[in-house]
Design a protein around this ligand. Structure first.
Ligand SMILES: Cc1cc2nc3c(=O)[nH]c(=O)nc-3n(C[C@H](O)[C@H](O)[C@H](O)COP(=O)(O)OP(=O)(O)OC[C@H]3O[C@@H](n4cnc5c(N)ncnc54)[C@H](O)[C@@H]3O)c2cc1C
Length: 377
């Protein structure tokens, strides 16, 4: 097989597998995919917990959501989606609130019965003194949008746990990801046209993507630049760049997560797929209950699987890039090295050192394939 490889793809996540599928089915060339893990699917891998048979996402709960028509059409060739709509709740001082902050959160937190206009005026008064032309950090920006009380309750300690630092040390643009609503809409991704969970789990999508016999997949194979595999056309690398170059310009910073699984003898533990625990007295940031991701499955067992999520700095599993100036400058140096290499293509969240949702990853892979198609047809 090693002699007959047209394209070598390193990494069996969405970026690698989508490009592999396109190369095999459109370009009709042979592909070898390598992954250092023992499974396909990258961080989207899902499997059934053996004793309860409940499907869970090993590297954190993944909700597919998009407004990109091209991506939606493409991915529906490989799976059907259920009609799951993501809702997030937050447990603050043993009371449950809606997230992102909406009219229900505001009324419940302040013990009011505001209509949307009253709530907006109320929050305007709370935020007025924090408004500035230029926000220096996350905390500055957050207080200017939701005021001090809501920030202290739901955001400050959660963010401190998630990033391992005081939010004053974080850039203001991270706060852009958290919307504020003055209505009762509780659909977390209501800005997207489509959302859902693949009915047969994520792993099945990847199996379908690489079905063509022109694609070979090898697990537990860690690629490095000394690897004795010379593809005829190109290598597509989706791993981190610092490791590829033996950290010669330094290590890129990542925030990581670990997960603690527990089986509870209750049919339904918390009534929702995820509940945030913003207070510092809890070391975890949220509890997932994956049973709720598949309402169509009618899990009949009397127990449930719950998963506590703990943020940390574990270097082995990179999750969220620490996208500050220092890390971006290191990443630029590595990219300059890549630009000097011939027929060596990079992409995906690790190589680009970027947070991409799944739809963004798929979209980027489809665009990259168009370029590959023009070049190697
Ligand atoms: C906690 C968390 C939750 C998320 N939730 C959502 C969500 O709800 N919705 C959403 O749209 N997106 C979500 N995402 C984003 C989603 O996970 C990414 O968009 C997607 O995984 C990116 O795919 P990828 O192929 O770029 O990378 P990955 O999935 O990470 O795949 C890269 C693969 O490369 C392999 N690899 C790396 N280096 C090497 C090497 N040297 N040799 C061999 N193999 C190597 C790795 O083992 C890995 O399998 C979430 C991300 C995180 C961190």
């Amino acid at each position: 097989m090693k002699k007959n490889i047209d394209f070598l793809i390193v990494g069996a996540g969405f970026y690698g597998c989508v490009i592999a599928e396109r190369i095999a089915n459109v370009l009709k060339k042979n592909v070898l995919i390598l992954d250092k893990r023992d499974h396909i699917g990258g961080n989207c891998f899902s499997e059934k917990e053996p004793s309860t048979k409940i499907e869970y996402h090993k590297y954190g709960t993944h909700i597919f959501h998009t407004s990109n028509h091209k991506v939606w059409k493409y991915i529906n060739n490989f799976t059907k989606f259920n009609n799951y709509k993501h809702q997030v709740l937050s447990n603050y001082k043993n009371k449950i609130y809606q997230m992102p902050i909406n009219l229900e959160t505001i009324n419940s937190f302040y013990g009011k019965n505001f209509n949307p206009r009253d709530a907006e005026n109320f929050i305007k008064k709370k935020t007025k003194k924090f408004k500035k032309n230029n926000y220096l950090n996350f905390e500055d920006k957050a207080k200017s949008q939701i005021g001090e009380d809501l920030y202290e309750a739901f955001i400050k300690s959660y963010t401190t746990k998630q990033w391992g630092t005081n939010p004053k040390n974080l850039p203001s643009n991270i706060f852009n990801r958290l919307p504020l609503r003055f209505n009762y809409n509780e659909d977390y991704f209501n800005n997207c046209i489509w959302q859902g969970i693949p009915v047969d789990g994520y792993t099945k999508i990847f199996e379908n993507l690489i079905q063509n016999t022109r694609i070979k997949f090898d697990t537990l194979k860690e690629y490095n630049l000394e690897a004795d595999i010379k593809p005829k056309y190109a290598t597509i690398y989706t791993g981190p760049l610092d490791k590829l170059f033996n950290y010669k310009f330094g290590k890129l910073g990542w925030r990581s997560l670990s997960f603690k699984k527990k089986i509870v003898k209750q049919f339904d533990y918390q009534g929702n797929s995820v509940i945030n625990y913003p207070q510092l007295k809890y070391k975890f940031t949220r509890i997932h209950e994956p049973k709720h991701l598949h309402p169509e499955r009618n899990y009949s067992n009397k127990s449930s699987l719950i998963i506590e999520e703990y943020p940390n700095n574990n270097f082995k599993e990179p999750y969220y890039p620490i996208n500050d100036n220092y890390n971006r400058s290191i990443h630029r140096l590595y990219k300059q090295e890549i630009n000097k290499m011939k027929n060596f293509i990079i992409g995906g969240r690790l190589a680009d050192y970027a947070y991409y949702d799944m739809d963004m990853t798929i979209s980027a892979a489809l665009v990259k394939f168009e370029k590959i198609n023009r070049e190697f047809k």
